[in-house]
Design a protein around this ligand. Structure first.
Ligand SMILES: [Fe+2]
Length: 280
């Protein structure tokens, strides 16, 4: 049977992708941030997953305001990097796992969790930057990916609790997939940041650090966090953190925290990264 062996969360700051693409990760500005991923890079080399269920949001790259699925699952053989206005990132296409993706879609929908099936999907920095942070520059990604795209761009995004429930549904699906696969679930986005309006530049470290703690020890309290609290405390783009709850929901009640990074700022965002393993 397939099994979920770990959960990873990380910010997906576009400028961090640029730093990787342009070999700037050792610059004075970037070195402290990327140093926080070295533990993870060594760890994942030892425990390389076959598949990553990668929860991210599309930033009006593949989808647009014409079509806004709340949750979409990528079932294609591979996913090309999207052109976000400056040409696609110079990273390889992301190989999919259609069998597992269709299984998750079927399991989730029969579990009364209606996800949109995407048989063609271009992936933007929300998905490719996390891969670059952990696998670096490469000619070929070492894992296959099942993308789960979440709407956090246009109100109303899904609730915290609904995201947590999707993680639980993904765990049930993976647990009934007959192939012996090592599966990780990643959640991306955040942490606190606001790109527009009077509060542009907002970073709330106190909130972020408490969120990381609660993610580990008290996830039930995060299920109840309303959008308004996320907006107020973490800024308009901080709503991306609901995607971390999908990852957390897939890991079960108790987890072991293996690694954590919190760094301010990168670009105009607080960078958070955490590695969790289910504790049975
Ligand atoms: Fe984002």
């Amino acid at each position: 049977m397939a099994r979920i062996t770990a959960g990873v969360a990380t910010s997906h700051v576009p400028a961090m992708g640029l730093a990787v693409d342009n070999d700037r990760t050792a610059d004075d500005y970037w070195r402290p941030v990327f140093a926080g991923y070295e533990w993870t890079r060594a760890w994942i080399a030892q425990t390389m997953p076959d598949v990553i269920v990668l929860v991210y949001n599309d930033h009006a790259s593949n989808f647009s305001l014409d079509l806004i699925p709340t949750f979409a699952i990528g079932c294609a053989d591979e996913f090309a990097p999207a052109d976000e206005g400056f040409g696609p990132r110079p990273v390889p296409a992301v190989p999919g796992h259609p069998d597992l993706a269709w299984h998750i879609a079927e399991s989730a929908i029969l579990d009364e969790f209606d996800v949109t099936i995407a048989n063609k999907l271009e992936v933007d920095h929300g998905l490719t930057v996390p891969l670059s942070l952990i696998f670096g520059r490469t000619e070929r990604w070492p894992v296959r990916v099942v993308p789960i795209a979440v709407n956090v761009i246009q109100y109303p995004p899904p609730t915290s609790n609904r995201c947590f429930m999707l993680g639980e549904a993904i765990a049930r699906a993976v647990g009934t997939f007959p192939e012996d696969l090592n599966v990780q679930v990643w959640g991306t986005g955040g942490m606190s940041h606001q790109l527009h309006g009077a509060r542009a530049g907002l970073i709330n470290s106190e909130f972020d650090l408490a969120f990381l703690d609660r993610l580990v020890t008290d996830p039930a309290s995060l299920r109840k966090m309303p959008h308004l609290e996320l907006l107020r405390e973490a800024g308009t783009e901080g709503i991306e953190m609901v995607m971390w709850l999908i990852m957390r929901g897939a890991l079960g009640d108790n987890v072991l925290e293996r690694h954590r990074l919190y760094h301010v700022p990168a670009s105009n965002t607080a960078v958070g990264h955490i590695v969790l393993e289910p504790a049975h």
